[in-house]
Design a protein around this ligand. Structure first.
Ligand code: ADP
Ligand code: ASP
Ligand code: MG
Length: 459
């Protein structure tokens, strides 16, 4: 059994959907496959944009909706003849009507909760999968549409729900017992115990593929995308980035956590658990070998494996002499941030500066600063904390690799390369795993920093 996941770019239009159907057909000859799909490229963003506009009473949501409608209608028009497409056209039309009604509802009540947003986003994957299933059937490849919101069980953390693996695996096994033909499964979406739709976080279809792969004890999980594999850096920024043929689960997790969006970081969790290799493949170049992500991989000779970057972060800096030597201060700070549901990406503490520096998404940083100012007001009044400051428009750059462990001189090379290029570093962190060194720099230096580090370490 093999699970194949195709991302938004792979199903971006009718022609791409047809191409993917061809890839599926080729694989079917070799063995049993299950297919997980994302929404068509751009659709999730349009659904979010439409909801946000509708919530504000901005009629612009209708334009987003029209774009969503035309993308799907064009794909269906391309893939089916007037006759063969009758039933799928009707289905798609009805669901687009329902979506229109839901968005009108949001406009009327001027409110779109995270729960509603999950429901609205779920249309993207449901539509793309129904089109693919219908197309495969029209090509005499028996297939069945599977709505993961009836299969993958999560808690009710809307927008980024936590999976209940035990229940999900058992549901997956149950569904596949009576599966006829190929399952075309919605990525990204799931539901709570009460059947309320949830989502697994942006880019979460990769994760869905791994959940089904692990549930079915599949031999392999393939993630099909629009590049030849995991590259040594983001190819849109570093033109000389190259494909890394094999990487470990941990390296893949670090790279993706630090911004390599080619795979969602959680994808590795179920795969590690069942020791299932993940292979990244290119739908536009299926014969390329891709990248294997597995437990035991052939090591390359480079000291690092890749360089990743998280955009749009901000630094919240808490400074004050009174923090020095007081046990529990860091934990208080982190606790208040956690209670406000703000995720910290990186922490660094410097005792000589009496400061703790928290790096987080820019969109959450102002709230973090305000929370800390209010919760730590006594410490501020008593001058234990001197100030809480905010620096915006930064990035985190991470150099990552298994070979870094126990290799001296990597930080030196990192800093001298950035220094030579006049790139200022605002914070540094190295995990004890020694697989990752991360630095915070200014957003405007992104391209210069990534290309110079790539040159220093990998070219
Ligand atoms: P999909 O729609 O298939 O899920 P994504 O857009 O989520 O695809 O991820 C693929 C994209 O990730 C590539 O087009 C590439 O631009 C970007 N990317 C960023 N960093 C890397 C990297 N290190 N290796 C490969 N691709 C990367
Ligand atoms: N469609 C979802 C998103 O755009 C999930 C995915 O593509 O993996 O985030
Ligand atoms: Mg993706």
């Amino acid at each position: 059994m093999k699970i194949m996941k195709f991302g938004g770019s792979s199903v971006a239009n009718g022609e791409r959907i047809k191409n993917v159907a061809g890839i599926i057909q080729d694989e079917m000859k070799k063995g049993h496959v299950g297919v997980v799909l994302s929404a068509m490229k751009g659709v999730t963003n349009l659904l979010i944009s439409a909801s946000e506009k509708a919530e504000k009473g901005n009629k612009g949501f209708l334009k987003d909706l029209e774009e969503i409608e035309s993308k799907h209608e064009e794909a269906v028009g391309y893939l089916f003849s007037a006759d063969s497409g009758k039933s799928i056209k009707e289905k798609i039309k009805n669901q687009l009507h329902e979506l229109r009604d839901v968005l009108h509802g949001v406009e009327l009540i001027k409110e779109c909760s995270k729960r509603s947003m999950d429901f609205i986003m779920s249309f993207g994957e449901k539509l793309s999968c129904q089109i693919m299933a219908a197309y495969l059937n029209s090509q005499k490849i028996e297939s069945q549409f599977i709505d993961s919101s009836k299969v993958v069980r999560t808690d009710n953390t809307h927008g980024n729900a936590s999976v209940n693996f035990e229940v999900s695996y058992s549901n997956i096994q149950e569904i596949f017992k009576s599966m006829k033909g190929i399952a075309v499964i919605t990525g990204f979406i799931a539901s709570t115990e009460d059947g309320i739709t949830t989502t697994l976080g942006r880019n979460g279809s990769d994760y869905t593929a791994a959940i089904y792969g692990a549930g079915l004890n599949s031999e392999i999980i393939e993630i099909w995308t629009d590049v030849d594999g995991v590259l040594s850096s983001d190819p849109r920024v570093v033109k000389s980035a190259f494909v890394v043929p094999e990487i470990s689960y941990e390296e893949a997790m670090e790279l993706s956590y630090f911004g390599a969006e080619v795979i969602h970081p959680y994808t590795m969790i179920p795969a590690v658990d069942k020791n299932i290799p993940i292979v990244i493949k290119n739908t536009l170049n299926p014969s390329a070998p891709g990248t294997v992500i597995a437990k035991d991989v052939k090591r390359h000779n480079n000291v690092i494996t890749g360089i990743a970057c998280i955009d749009d972060v901000a630094i919240v800096n808490i400074e004050g002499g009174g923090m020095m030597g007081i046990p529990g201060m860091a934990s208080r700070i982190l606790d208040e941030i956690a209670k406000a549901s703000i995720n910290i990406i990186m922490i660094s503490q410097a005792s000589s500066e009496h400061s703790i520096c928290l790096v987080m998404k820019q969109s959450e940083a102002l709230k973090a600063k305000e929370v800390l100012e209010s919760k730590l007001k006594d410490e501020i009044r008593h001058k234990m904390i001197h100030q809480i400051s905010l620096r915006t428009d930064h990035i985190i750059i991470a150099v990552i690799g298994e070979n870094m462990r126990g290799t001296p001189g990597i930080s030196g090379k990192l800093f001298s390369s950035l220094g030579e290029n006049e790139i200022n570093i605002y914070a540094i962190a190295q995990g004890s795993s020694e697989r990752n060194i991360s630095v915070v720099a200014l957003k405007k230096d992104k391209e210069k920093a990534l290309t110079s580090l790539h040159k220093a370490f990998l070219e």
